[in-house]
Design a protein around this ligand. Structure first.
Ligand SMILES: C[S@@+](CC[C@H](N)C(=O)[O-])C[C@H]1O[C@@H](n2cnc3c(N)ncnc32)[C@H](O)[C@@H]1O
Length: 206
């Protein structure tokens, strides 16, 4: 049997458990398996962390992490920028994994069970930045996430950062946001600690 230390990774200053780690097995038994793909570490979260390292947020920024899954994008913001993080997901079975990783990395996060389409402009006005990694993976998610981006900009959110391995619904969303919301859209890759590639959509003045 592998010893527990080989069942964790270090990345961008965070400790992240592998799926086979005994604590992840226990949480899966207790919380049940996630129904909307929030059930594991997704490698495009490395793209989010790498981009944010190179384009930091303000210290203490209020960050909303959409479709948080294990919550690593938000946890990185809490660790690096002392951000006050709200981790949103439609599937509450992901929250024990996100809370676990927050505690493991000595930061705190709030969790919020909500769907993208239910997040109002008023809700968004409480945040300085909205981030989301690998959340536009079905055609039906393109419109809700485009509309949420537009509401966020209207609410005065300084930065909306959506990151994806490059699936076609995301590319359509990013192209539309580039044309209509003045968003930027570029390819991104990391080689270490994990090889990952995909694209980044960034909207807003900050
Ligand atoms: C592929 S996972 C990515 C998780 C995480 N962002 C990461 O990078 O590891 C997609 C996440 O989006 C959530 N999700 C899917 N549809 C959603 C919706 N309509 N509203 C809120 N969350 C949703 C899922 O529950 C899941 O946690």
């Amino acid at each position: 049997m592998a010893d527990a230390s080989s069942l964790s990774r270090r990345m961008f200053g965070l400790t992240v458990r592998k799926n086979a780690h005994p604590d992840m097995r226990r949480l899966r038994r207790e919380a049940g398996d996630a129904s909307l793909h929030g059930n594991k570490f997704w490698r495009s979260s490395c793209l989010t962390m790498d981009y944010l390292k190179k384009h930091p947020l303000e210290k203490g920024a209020r960050v909303l992490d959409l479709g948080c899954g294990w919550g690593l994008g938000g946890i990185f913001c809490a660790k690096q920028f002392d951000a006050r993080v709200t981790s949103l997901d439609a599937d509450p079975s992901v929250f024990p994994f996100a809370k676990y990783h927050a505690e493991l990395n000595n930061v705190e996060i709030e969790t919020w069970r909500c769907r993208y389409e239910k997040v109002t402009q008023k809700d968004l006005s409480r945040f300085d930045a909205v981030i989301g990694t690998d959340i536009c993976f079905w055609d039906q998610l393109e419109d809700p996430l485009y509309n949420l981006t537009r509401r966020a900009l209207r609410a005065g959110v300084g930065r909306v950062l959506l990151v994806d391995p490059g699936r076609s619904p995301f590319r359509r969303l990013a192209q539309r946001a580039a044309e209509k919301l003045d968003a930027e859209y570029c390819e991104w890759q990391t080689l270490r600690p994990i090889k990952a590639s995909g694209c980044i959509m960034r909207a807003g003045p900050a």
